[in-house]
Design a protein around this ligand. Structure first.
Ligand SMILES: NC(=O)c1ccc[n+]([C@@H]2O[C@H](COP(=O)([O-])OP(=O)(O)OC[C@H]3O[C@@H](n4cnc5c(N)ncnc54)[C@H](O)[C@@H]3O)[C@@H](O)[C@H]2O)c1
Ligand SMILES: [Zn+2]
Length: 362
């Protein structure tokens, strides 16, 4: 087991991230339960096996567990209401602990419910998708979607602990696993060249259990460093948006057209485009574009859309990105493999060229 400590300057607190195999059955040993008056679990239906192991370890009865369907649909006001009501019905007081077990949608939702119930009770995340393990459960961002806008209501509040058991990924569909790998590649690209070289050296399915623990741990370390440097996202934390400017636009179009694309696939295509822009803007050596493209392909991630999309539609979506300033699109750009800059304005003409690059090969 590897352990990372997280310091929150904003909250004047410390917490731990545990990464390893077989950890869910050791939940009681990892969490110092004596400090809490009571414990409840809100879990993802997709993570039933992990939930059972946590319940056994903590000796929890069935009425202390609320199971939800999981997935993006649960990040709604309605489901948030169900979670709050469950906390009230379970008679939680201010010294209670709420544990979320599941994908990033569940950890975002439950983290927000715990942060707002009685103005905040303790919260522990047990992420069970790769994306939630290397991304969503680290950094304290929580929230729900509303009116078709993602994450529009939420808070930043650090969990009391994060238990990352890579064995829980055993039941995850391959496509979801691949989605998480896009964020792992991103971590290498923005912060650590040697790590990038390593994670793009083979297909995402070709890692042993031990190797996967090391990879997840390194990604958590990189994300923790970015978050600690800039918890409120006024500077360095924006580096984590690499590949997401276009990635989010692709996801928005996919949603409207009912195209099935995972977040990681959209981000991989977005990273291809953002690397092209980095080279075109002169922040990154031209040879790095080929290296990134080769790496994404080796991992098994897409570099282009599967069906062509209207340039104007994508441009418009990029223009409304909430990270823009004064109508100008701002990008996180590489300054080589393993380093980046953020908030860089890019001309519409170059963005058009990047969009042309990610259209399907004809
Ligand atoms: N808070 C943050 O900083 C942050 C960062 C990145 C992403 N996110 C959010 O995370 C969400 C995406 O998370 P995700 O990719 O984990 O998707 P998800 O939570 O939608 O889960 C995907 C699917 O996997 C199922 N599942 C969960 N664990 C499983 C397991 N062990 N075996 C089999 N199936 C399992 C779920 O039921 C769901 O159907 C988005 O809402 C996104 O906004 C948040
Ligand atoms: Zn992402």
């Amino acid at each position: 087991m590897r352990t990372l400590s997280v310091a929150s300057a904003a909250e004047n607190s410390h917490s731990s991230i545990w990464v390893g195999q077989g950890l869910v059955s050791r939940a009681a040993e990892l969490l110092d339960l004596a400090q809490y008056s009571s414990v409840v679990v809100v879990s993802d239906r997709g993570a039933r096996a992990a939930t059972q192991q946590v319940a056994d370890s903590l000796n929890l009865s069935a009425d202390r567990i609320l199971e939800l369907p999981g997935g993006e649909v649960c990040k709604s006001v309605e489901t948030l209401g169900r979670v709050w009501e469950f906390l009230i019905d379970s008679r939680l007081d201010r010294r209670s602990l709420v544990i979320a077990i599941g994908g990033g949608a569940i950890t975002d939702l439950v983290g927000f419910a715990a942060a707002t119930y009685m103005r905040g009770v303790s919260y522990v995340a047990i992420p069970t998708t790769l994306l939630a393990q290397v991304d969503a459960s680290i950094g304290g961002k929580t929230g729900i979607n509303l009116g078709g806008i993602k994450n529009v209501v939420g808070v930043i509040r650090q969990p009391s602990g994060v238990i990352i058991d890579t064995d829980t990924l055993g039941t995850l569909p391959e496509r979801e696993l691949r989605s998480g790998f896009a964020e792992i590649v991103k971590h290498g690209l923005i912060a650590d060249r040697a790590y990038f070289d390593r994670v793009v050296s083979r297909p995402f399915t070709h890692w042993s259990g031990d190797e996967l623990v090391e990879i997840v741990f390194r990604s958590c370390e990189i994300k923790r460093a970015k978050v600690q440097a800039d918890e409120r996202e006024s500077g360095e934390r924006k580096s984590l948006n690499f590949g997401h400017t276009l990635g989010h636009a692709i996801e928005a179009i996919a949603l409207k057209r009912e195209m099935a694309i995972t977040h990681g696939e959209a981000v991989a295509i977005g990273m291809h485009a953002a690397t092209f822009l980095s080279c075109a803007m002169g922040t990154c050596p031209a040879a790095d574009l080929e290296r990134v493209v080769k790496g994404l392909i080796t991992v098994g991630l897409p570099i282009r859309l599967s069906t062509s999309q209207n340039q104007g539609d994508l441009l418009q979506l990029i223009a409304v990105d909430k990270k823009n300033v004064g109508g100008e699109s701002r990008w996180t750009l590489l300054t080589g493999l393993g380093a980046c800059v953020w908030d860089r304005p890019v001309s519409e003409e170059l963005v058009r060229q990047a969009i042309a690059l990610i259209q399907p090969c004809s």
